[in-house]
Design a protein around this ligand. Structure first.
Ligand code: NAP
Length: 247
């Protein structure tokens, strides 16, 4: 599953799931654009890790919710490696509250980053992916987009919105050789779940048939397959990577 010569842009890839995806793709020979919003030091560490593994990477600072920033990221990508073959919309945030306590600002911010960021990045890199040989759009959704989750009306709405978007772009791309898919991780050991109290985590794990949280490598391995040319007959799908939470 070589990624040699393929240029991959991964949003929010200085840490967490995005970092795992970036390192997996870089180790397989991809040219990687490490996007960060605030984690500059970690972004440079990610570049070093990929270079140590024999790959190539650059950093691009951009808030995915800001179209001008995303345009800057495209320029960084084109200057370093040329057009992108693969875009992974991974950057995401939560702002949890029971619905009656949730402010409109908390709703809007989650939509701006999770859905608005996907819009901005996909639109900016659309021509690259469309024109690529076996271009790939991969959106990182969540099991919460399917099942809902207490206190996450904003996040669950954004994550399920990714499904319809992905299927629609998949239909548009189907007239060429590019594909669009979603990956829907279950609860994954990153900073995003770091703040969840232990007793809540224990309850979550007791509901997972495989009886553990996902590690970033579990998600990255699936993204790497979808990013490769081997996945060319899969499009418009939502691939669950959740330890059997739907069973
Ligand atoms: P995380 O550890 O909280 O990291 C979030 C990442 O998103 C960081 O790299 C952050 O960059 C970036 N980011 C946030 N806002 C951004 C913005 N406006 N512009 C650019 N980058 C931004 O989260 P994670 O757990 O790795 O989650 C990654 C993705 O997987 C998210 O879409 C999340 O919804 C999804 N997911 C996570 C889980 C889970 O249990 N962890 C489960 C299902 C789905 P900076 O640090 O530079 O700000």
């Amino acid at each position: 599953m070589s990624m040699e010569g393929r240029t991959c842009v991964i949003t929010g890839s200085a840490r967490g799931i995005g970092r795992g995806i970036a390192e997996h793709l870089g180790e397989k020979g991809a040219n990687v654009v490490i996007n960060y919003r605030s984690s500059e030091g970690a972004a440079h560490e990610a570049v070093e890790a990929i270079e140590d593994a024999g790959g190539q990477a650059v950093t691009a600072q951009a808030d995915v919710a800001v179209p001008e920033d995303v345009e800057h990221m495209r320029e960084v990508c084109h200057d370093a490696f040329g057009p992108a073959d693969v875009l992974v919309n991974n950057a995401g945030i939560t702002a949890d509250k029971q619905f009656t306590e949730m402010s409109r600002a908390e709703w809007d911010r989650v939509m701006d980053v999770n859905l608005g960021g996907m819009f901005n990045c996909t639109q900016t890199f659309y021509d690259d992916i469309w024109n690529a040989d076996e271009g790939r759009l991969i959106n990182i959704s969540s099991v919460v987009g399917k099942q809902g989750n207490f206190g996450q009306a904003n996040y669950a709405t954004a994550k399920s919105g990714m499904f319809g978007f992905t299927r629609t772009i998949a239909l548009e791309f189907a007239q060429g050789s590019s594909t669009a898919n979603c990956v829907a991780p279950g609860f994954t050991r990153t900073d995003m779940v770091e703040g969840v109290p232990d007793h809540v985590l224990e309850r979550i794990i007791s509901g997972i048939p495989l009886e553990r949280l996902a590690e970033v490598e579990d998600i990255a391995a699936v993204v790497r397959f979808l990013a490769s040319e081997e996945s060319s007959y899969i499009t418009g799908e939502v691939i669950d990577v959740n330890g059997g939470m739907d069973l």
